[in-house]
Design a protein around this ligand. Sequence first.
Ligand code: HEC
Length: 137
Amino acid sequence: MKPKHLSFLLFFFICIFSASAFAYGNTATKTEPQNNEMLRKHMSHMASEWVNLEILSSSAEINYKEVAKTLKKMKNTAQIISKMNKNTKLESPIISLISQMETMQKHLKNKSPELLHQDLDFLSQTCFACHQAHANP
Ligand code: HEC
C-alpha cells in the first residue's frame, strides 16, 4: 500500500471514529432528560399511592383489602420504572424497593397494624435514601 493511501485510510478512520463518538455523546445527553421526565411522571404516581397507604394505615379499622390493592398498584408503578429506567446507578435501589414491596405484600396476610406501620416506615426510608443520593425532590 502506498503511503498516500495509508494516510487517506487513517483520515477515513479518524472521521468514522469521531462521528460515532459524537453520536454516542449525543445520545448520552439526550437520554438523561428523557429518563428524568419518565421518573418524575411515575414517581408522582408512586407518591400518591404512598399517601393513600399512609391514610389507609392510620385508620382505626384498617381495610387490608384496600391496602393490598394500593400496594399492588404501587408495585406495578415501581416495576414500570424499573423496566424503563436507563440510569444504571438507580437499578439496584429500584430492585430493592420492589422486593421490599413484595415482603410487605406477604406481611399483609397477618393483618398486623404494627407490622404494616413498620413496613411503611422502611419503605419511606428507601424512598428518602434514594432521593438523597440521586435527586432532591
Ligand atoms: C431508585 C431511586 C429512587 C427511589 C427508590 C425512589 N425515587 Fe422518587 N425520584 C428519584 C429520582 C432520581 C427523582 C428525580 C427525577 C428528576 O426530576 O430528575 C425522583 C423524584 C420523585 C418525586 C418528584 C416527582 C416530580 O414531579 O418532580 C416524587 C414525588 C418521588 N420521587 C416519590 C417517590 C416515592 C414516594 C418513593 C418511594 C415509594 C420514591 N420516590 C422512591 C429516585 C427514586
